[in-house]
Ligand binder design. Structure first.
Ligand code: F6P
Length: 552
């Protein structure tokens, strides 16, 4: 395979960057009144406007050539057809099969999987319906009022994000809680107001070996046992989702209460599987089907639309333009929908655990920049927090803005003000405010000359700050499914161009191994000397004070 930086399109893009880097987007818009029509795409309810980017038609053509020369389409086909593209773990990558309701058979690594997917989804829906209809009873014959999902990473962020985002579609006499943190505050705070008689725990862990989840699961079991007295009642309060059925059974979960997932679903791509059990309990089977349908439509679009009309492809290429040619270090994801408040955190794992890598698919170190630092928050709140840096800081931070045109419970006064803000921000970031404009404005306000000249530099906005805008009719299950799948495939395309395996995560292992060793050392409570002097110092300081804080 030709090295990425040797590809003709890469080299042409480098030259093109030099030729165009000083052109302001103001000029681009002034020269082309059709820019919005030219650089926006629509898929069902979702409008994707990418016209406020530092791109010309030539930029887009070269980026599309880069996608072709790095054979994005080839890897895409290998993924959809179930080949082992996660080569370091010998796994296929088949999350798209989880949302494919067609009668077509699906295969992972040559093994048929669609029937198993359907069986497991039916089991999930059956359990969810039993809980929602109050037919699932706890040990004292009371219906379940609270469900606690214990899991971390992909076994937490996806379900949590979707449950929050689809709050208006959720059942309201049932509370869904999420516990992920090993810090006991998380489970303590959650259990504080719960009643073991009416609480059901979902232990969600693909591997069933994750320390954080298992420690929380043990605490949950002990909390239940204080009230239950007999282990034989545990199954009324404990279910699991895992690909490691043996470990779940050993932990004490009844086999019939275990929902299966498979090694061909990556943790961060797993909300569509039984890991989404808490989502189905919250929003019901029909809404979950709509979520799957929305994602499936994007899978079809991604697989079949020409590259130049392919939303995930365009999202990815624009990201590469800034990441690799402008050397932008980060991207911001800024939803203008309060219910999407966990969307940036969810995408942080999806993107950074997938493409935060420095070794290519052939095992060589890359000599180009890969996955960006992704951060974000609710747009409106961020305007009053970090947008200052976006507007006038020295760093280039390309941003994605997302907003619903209407809301489930729409209050026109709120919503119009909200929309005016998103439009204003993308315009301000792009246009900025020139020295002449500031001077004219302050003069008109009657500001004395000296004061005006002193203040002037602070009031200039350079502009030329790129944004993508996603507008969708309302954040319903189908639209949310589509948005998530767009980002999943964006990440895929970037990984394909950067020649990464986006589906392993070896980088999380070292810390886990060291933590296990250090836990043994802490348990023996004798001062340590085998680490670097900083780590020795910290552990020994902790051990010296531990008796005060931790009588155990
Ligand atoms: O440590 C990272 C990770 O392996 C993620 O990839 C995964 O989503 C998370 O931990 C949880 O893993 P599991 O579902 O196996 O408990």
């Amino acid at each position: 395979m030709t090295k990425l930086t040797n590809l003709p399109a890469w080299q042409q893009l480098q030259q093109h960057y030099e030729d165009t880097k000083d052109i302001h987007m103001r000029e681009m818009f002034a020269q082309d009144s059709q820019r919005f029509e030219k650089f926006s795409l629509k898929l069902n309810d979702i409008l994707f406007d990418y016209s406020k980017n530092r791109v010309t038609q030539e930029t887009m053509d070269l980026l599309l050539q880069l996608a072709e020369q790095s054979d994005v389409a080839g890897l895409r086909e290998r993924m959809f057809s179930g080949e082992t593209i996660n080569h370091t773990e010998h796994r296929a990558v088949m999350h798209a099969a989880l949302r494919n309701k067609s009668e077509e058979p699906a295969y992972a690594n040559g093994v048929r999987i669609d029937e198993e997917i359907k069986t497991e989804l039916d089991r999930v829906k059956f359990l969810a319906e039993k809980i929602r209809s109050r037919h699932w009873l706890g040990h004292s014959n009371q219906p379940i009022t609270d469900v606690v999902n214990i899991g971390i990473g992909g076994s937490n962020l996806g379900p949590l994000m979707v449950t929050e985002a689809l709050h208006p579609y959720s059942i309201h006499d049932l509370e869904i809680h999420y516990v992920s943190n090993l810090d006991e505050n998380h489970i303590n705070n959650t259990l504080e107001s719960l009643n073991p008689d009416t609480t059901l725990f979902i232990i969600a862990s693909k591997s069933f070996t994750t320390q954080d989840t298992l420690v929380n699961a043990v605490t949950a079991k002990e909390w239940l046992m204080q009230k239950l007295h007999s282990e034989s009642d545990l199954h009324k309060h404990l279910v699991a989702v895992t690909s490691n059925v043996k470990m779940a059974v050993e932990f004490g979960v009844k086999e019939e209460n275990i929902f299966k997932m498979w090694d061909w679903v990556g943790g961060r791509y797993s909300l569509w599987s039984a890991i989404g059990l808490s989502i189905v309990i919250a929003i019901g089977a029909e809404n979950f089907d709509a979520l799957l349908e929305g994602a499936h439509e994007v899978d079809d679009h991604f697989r079949t639309a020409p590259l130049e009309q392919n939303i995930p492809v365009i999202m990815a290429l624009i990201g590469i333009w800034y990441n690799n040619f402008y050397n932008a270090e980060s991207i911001a994801v800024l939803p203008y929908d309060q219910n999407m408040h966990r969307f940036p955190a969810y995408l942080q794992q999806a993107d950074m655990e997938s493409n935060g890598k420095g070794c290519d698919r052939e095992g060589a170190s890359v000599d180009y920049s890969t996955g960006p630092i992704l951060f974000g928050e609710i747009g409106i709140a961020s305007q009053h927090a970090f947008y200052q840096l976006l507007h006038q800081g020295t760093k280039l931070v390309p941003a994605d803005m997302l907003a619903p045109i209407s809301n489930y419970h729409c209050i026109a006064t709120h919503h119009r003000a909200l929309m005016s803000n998103i439009f204003a921000q993308t315009e301000a970031l792009m246009m900025g405010k020139t020295e002449d404009e500031v001077r004219a404005e302050l003069t008109q306000q009657g500001m004395p000359e000296k004061e005006l000249e002193d203040l002037l530099p602070y009031k200039i906005f350079p502009g030329n700050r790129p944004t993508n805008t996603f507008l969708f009719y309302t954040l319903d299950p189908k639209t949310l499914g589509s948005l998530i799948a767009m980002y999943e495939h964006k990440i895929f395309v970037q990984g394909a161009v950067w020649n990464l395996n986006s589906f392993d995560q070896w980088g999380v292992e070292l810390g886990k191994v060291l933590a296990r060793n250090i836990l043994d050392e802490i348990n023996t409570a004798t001062p340590v000397t085998n680490h670097d002097c900083s780590t020795n110092g910290l552990i020994n300081y902790y051990l010296s004070l531990k008796p005060i804080k931790d009588p155990n």
